[in-house]
Design a protein around this ligand. Sequence first.
Ligand SMILES: [Zn+2]
Length: 197
Amino acid sequence: MGKKNNYTKSELAEVRGSIVHGRGMFATQNIPESTEIIEYLGERIDKEESNRRGHALFDESKETGGAQVYLFTLDDEWDLDGNFEWNTARLVNHSCEPNCEAQIDEELKIWLVALRDIRQGEELSFNYGFDLEDYAKHPCRCGSENCVGYIVAEEYWPKLKKKLKKKKAKAKRKAEKKAEKKAEKERKRVSALKADG
Ligand SMILES: [Zn+2]
């Protein structure tokens, strides 16, 4: 197990209230591109344990309507579970237009690294990189101009956009059918009135 009483610390970032999820991490000074800002701590677990915890979270999400997912893939053998209070970096919010990226180093440590120069006071964010599978469970409110509406890894964005387009078309057809039915009912009512009169 990790360091229970040793919260992740970084001189470069601090926890503050956030408009996105209530809390987030913010740059305490100007940070140059490519800087390792904070380590994403957690417990290293094997795939079997990771699957077990993933399923437990999934069941929980069915009850509560949304579980936070802090499981990271490290390599073919190991994952990292960051769902611990002492992993301060878990408070960094997701964004569709992030200024950080989670990178794994040679020692299988995860670092949030600046994707560009970050100004003092800016909120830090990274793409959580979730699968497409349960996208509907993770709506995104990052507020960025290019927000795709859901927390999904960028590699799945084209597929997601196709799915959403289909969904929208289906909803539109349904609405049209409903309107048609209503109009038909109204026509029948009017002709019945005419027959009566
Ligand atoms: Zn977004």
